[in-house]
Design a protein around this ligand. Sequence first.
Ligand SMILES: Nc1ncnc2c1ncn2[C@@H]1O[C@H](COP(=O)(O)OP(=O)(O)O)[C@@H](O)[C@H]1O
Ligand SMILES: [Mg+2]
Length: 187
Amino acid sequence: MNSVPPGQADLLKKAEDSIHLVEMTMETVKRIYMALRPGMLDHLGLAVAIDWLAKDFQKRTGIKCTVSIEPEELRLDADMSFSIYRIVQETFTNISRHAEAGRVTVSLKQSPDRVELVVRDNGKGITQEQLAKPNSYGLLGIRERAYHWGGEAVISGKKGQGTTVKVSIPLVEKGKGHEKDSNPDRR
Ligand SMILES: Nc1ncnc2c1ncn2[C@@H]1O[C@H](COP(=O)(O)OP(=O)(O)O)[C@@H](O)[C@H]1O
Ligand SMILES: [Mg+2]
């Protein structure tokens, strides 16, 4: 790279521009792909999708966002993955719109019997009144998605100390089903 023959600097610049363009195009394609979803989660998996969402969120808002997912290879139903993805999306939208936060942490943990999502921001904190607002469709959607899977969403805030959205979904049936394939008699 440091021995570009004279007259070829232009070429190098062009090559760099092209790479930049390809990168931007790939980002755009990915963004559209993520927005439309179909098949995206199935192909990339929830962990990659949430990671991407967080990076995109950080880039757009300047709010520092860290993600912790355990285990990296989640084993979740595709539709449940989509619900969790949507919940994360809504929390991000809310944080960018309402929280005035500087930092966000996302934690997603799957154990044999449940999956738990916690999104925490360090913003101004949601109030009881806001939690109870009848037209809080975003929060309602989060609760409904959790409820749909037999789980629950707990949203809490403390003035000046941020807001936490905790979603917990039981996986009992799935856990029991582990041996299904290796034991045809039980089908
Ligand atoms: N992370 C947050 N920090 C502070 N306030 C929040 C946060 N998330 C939601 N809120 C408050 O709760 C209200 C309800 O949220 P939501 O149901 O998503 O409705 P919307 O985002 O359309 O206003 C918001 O209007 C806002 O006042
Ligand atoms: Mg909202």
